[in-house]
Design a protein around this ligand. Sequence first.
Ligand code: SAH
Ligand code: SF4
Length: 435
Amino acid sequence: MKFYIHTYGCQMNVRDSEAVESLMIAAGHEKAASEDDAEVVIINSCTVRQKAEEKAVGKSGNMIAAGKITGMMGCAVKRMGEDIFKRLPKLHFAVGPRAFGLIPRIVSEGRYPVLELGEDVVPVGMDAHVDTGWQSFVTVLLGCDNRCSYCIVPDVRGHEYSRPAKEVVAEVAALAKRGVKEVCLLGQSVLRYGIRNTAWDDDEGEAFPRLLRALNEIDGLERIRFTSAHPKGCTDELIRVYRECPKVCRHLHLPVQSGSDRVLAEMGRRYTRAEYLAAVAKLREFDPEFAVTTDVIVGYPGETAEDFEATRSLMEEAGFDNAFVFKYSPRPGTRSAALEDDVPKEEKERRDQVLLADQELRGQKRNDRLVGTVREVLFEGPSKRKADRFSGRDGGNRIVVWDKPADCSVSPAPGDKVRLEILEAHPQILIGRPV
Ligand code: SAH
Ligand code: SF4
């Protein structure tokens, strides 16, 4: 059957959708160019905030109304369980985040409705990839055991499980053989790789840095990224890996959530403001241009003006290269859901805007330092904003754009390395010229 997958949420969902696409094709189904063209539409859902869940449910409702065979997968399915059929009585199938491997069979059999919430296991088809592109996500750590007070992820994605290192290395080597130049290793708290269960046959060294060292040896692979990180994982050995392994990108997504020690403790984040800042300082001491990006929550229950100012000042001290700001959204069953969601909506909005405005100025300052330097960029394609420009990213995940050459016979291919001198800086973008 002709299928189309619509993905909401994080990179892990993007990765799971890719695996489903590959499994569907292997089972004889055909990828449609658009949802209009599809007989089956699969919505990969997110539930990290209430709004995300609403979007996925709304989209599924529209697809049902359009007469499509409609299935949902992902985190919102696991959270809602059977109730999903109360919201969407005509939904054909719903499959939890660790059960996506069942989708091709469900569609082939065509006996609806089906609800498969799945067990806390390694999904079937974990290593299935589609045969296109030069960039790939590879999930190395499933689930999460951190149980931050506000977060629904552990409830829906299950316990932490580190995939065997041998499997990961083989998967990345196979991708590199097929022309993949950049991989991004995924895990909710990816530096916990190999901690809950062993990932290597012996227990020599730190499991995640060791994985990076092994992947750095793979021929044809140019770049290794990973996300998300936790300050506890910023060990001396990780810094040595950055120093010794040129393929490991000098960028860390290090979600901080708050700059107030009181709020961090309530959230159960397991670090203080000082410990967090020490981790950032360690990275920047190693390389002042090391890119550090973050996630922040505004309006956590009981967040005072003083707590908020602590977040503001932490962000300034850390000198983030980029930041994603989220307005607190209570999630059923989490510890913080029992607390009163007492920061008014307008105040959350105001705090959000303040942090974003601060980050614009900070991003400009961080990027200004790069004017005149030469950055190595992997070419992605035409710029989304201006069709007469090319776009790519440097190792720090910064977007760099440059004018298209007049002679298109010299155009790079996606994934090609281009060296660019930076001419101009903006808060979110650098403008360069090939050297
Ligand atoms: N595992 C990652 C985060 C995954 S969720 C980590 O801990 O580093 C992505 C981001 O969503 C989080 O970093 C947090 O900023 C935000 N988030 C999670 N739960 C939220 C909630 N209930 N309300 C608002 N934002 C939330
Ligand atoms: Fe959620 Fe915390 Fe786990 Fe991240 S580390 S997924 S925020 S519980």
